[in-house]
Design a protein. Structure first.
Length: 92
């Protein structure tokens, strides 16, 4: 029971990390000719839920996505993997 609870919590945290990670194209509409006044000083998350400062977003996007996917995979494995018993499956 504890293994499934930990797996579900890891999956939830991983999904939230991936969803709330800064969008790499958060200010893609700012072209070189738009000047500094046309570009915001932040990047948004996937659904514009969070506004990340540019300096943070440049450094956080890749680690948040990688760690989030690792949490999701680990959580799913913990939830789905069958519990080990003391007996060998080959012995009847």
């Amino acid at each position: 029971m504890r293994r499934r609870l930990v797996g579900a919590a890891l999956t939830l945290v991983g999904v939230l990390m991936v969803i709330l990670a800064p969008d790499p194209n958060g200010y893609a509409l700012c072209g070189p000719g738009s000047g500094t006044w046309g570009c915001p000083d932040y990047r948004t998350s996937f659904w514009d839920l969070l506004h990340w400062p540019r300096e943070w977003a440049d450094n956080l996007t890749l680690p948040m996505v990688v760690i989030g996917f690792a949490f999701v995979v680990t959580g799913v494995v913990l939830v789905v993997k069958p519990r080990r018993s003391g007996r060998s499956p080959l012995v009847g």
